[in-house]
Design a protein around this ligand. Structure first.
Ligand SMILES: [Zn+2]
Length: 293
């Protein structure tokens, strides 16, 4: 099998470079590190700014895709890399994450996994929060995490040290609330925050630069935001993805994960025009602020 990409190689990880240290080697047990060396994870850019994540086993050339909003780039990639599609994972029902399922299924009759709350007609296997999704052909097990808010059927797929977060958690931002309530979305983000800090986040869109611009509005003196903005500027100028991120980095730069930080509380209260005491209220004000910015 041809080498697809180096996203899981410690030395090549954008965040590791930014920090000047090897996050994987430092903080992930050898077992996880060795296990993940068997896989490639590659972002397939699709539609306007979506990423369809493809995970492939190096030895067996079996692959899964997450959120195929468009089939054509996935089919082209599978063919070019001589991979076989084994499974489709869906984080939520929006068309830019599901629009390619039918055409992919015409080529590969594979199971389509999504939340038990999904109404999408092409989903074949529905999963509840906390279910273990075992994919024997990939020798991989995901734990499902229900994260409603952006939509009510939103689900993350986690296999230490990686998580696919769809449109719930972005780098330096979070999804809009199309179906859920602010407190619900806040709880979903807290759920993701409970994962280990070295968890790598594979998000559904390349929104990092615009998110960082907002993060700087909220926290003009947050040096981590400024540093990361410079770093991502350079990556994007080379046409490279700003992802994956890590939870450790997001806790420093993502205002939506910083609703308990005094400077963020102060900025959100100022925007709301009243003192906000609860963290979810701070989050709600930030989300409103971002919507209008
Ligand atoms: Zn969406």
């Amino acid at each position: 099998m041809r080498r697809i990409c180096e996203y899981l190689d410690p030395a090549d990880d954008p965040v590791d470079k930014l920090r000047g240290r090897d996050v994987v080697g430092e903080s992930i047990g050898n077992e996880d590190k060795d296990r993940l060396m068997n896989y490639h994870i590659h972002p397939i850019p699709a539609l306007k700014d979506n990423y369809i994540w493809l995970l492939a086993h190096r030895d067996t050339a079996q692959a899964l895709v997450v959120d195929p909003g468009d089939a054509a780039p996935v089919l082209a990639y599978l063919q070019a890399q001589e991979l076989t599609l084994t499974a489709i994972l869906i984080t939520h029902h929006h068309a830019d994450h599901t629009g390619g399922i039918a055409a992919l299924k015409a080529h590969y009759d594979v199971p389509v996994y999504a939340s038990i709350d999904s109404q999408h007609p092409l989903v074949t296997h529905k999963l509840a929060h906390g279910d273990a999704l075992h994919l024997p052909l990939l020798d991989l097990t995901f734990q499902t995490i229900a994260i409603p808010g952006h939509t009510l059927d939103h689900m993350a797929f986690y296999s230490q040290p990686i998580v696919f977060t769809g449109d719930t958690l972005f780098s330096a931002g979070c999804g809009r609330l199309f179906e859920g309530k602010p407190a619900q979305m806040f709880d979903s983000l807290q759920r993701l925050c409970e994962l280990p800090d070295d968890t790598k986040l594979y998000c559904g869109h390349e929104y990092t630069l615009s998110n960082l611009a907002f993060a700087k509005q909220v926290e003009p003196n947050n040096q981590a935001v400024v540093d990361h903005q410079h770093y991502v500027d350079a990556l994007r100028a080379e046409g490279r993805a700003s992802l994956p991120s890590t939870l450790a980095l997001e806790k420093q730069i993502n205002p939506f994960l910083r609703a308990k930080v005094p400077t963020v509380i102060q900025a959100a209260s100022q925007y709301a025009g009243k003192p906000l005491s609860e963290a979810w209220q701070v989050f709600a004000a930030l989300r409103e602020w971002k919507n209008s910015s």
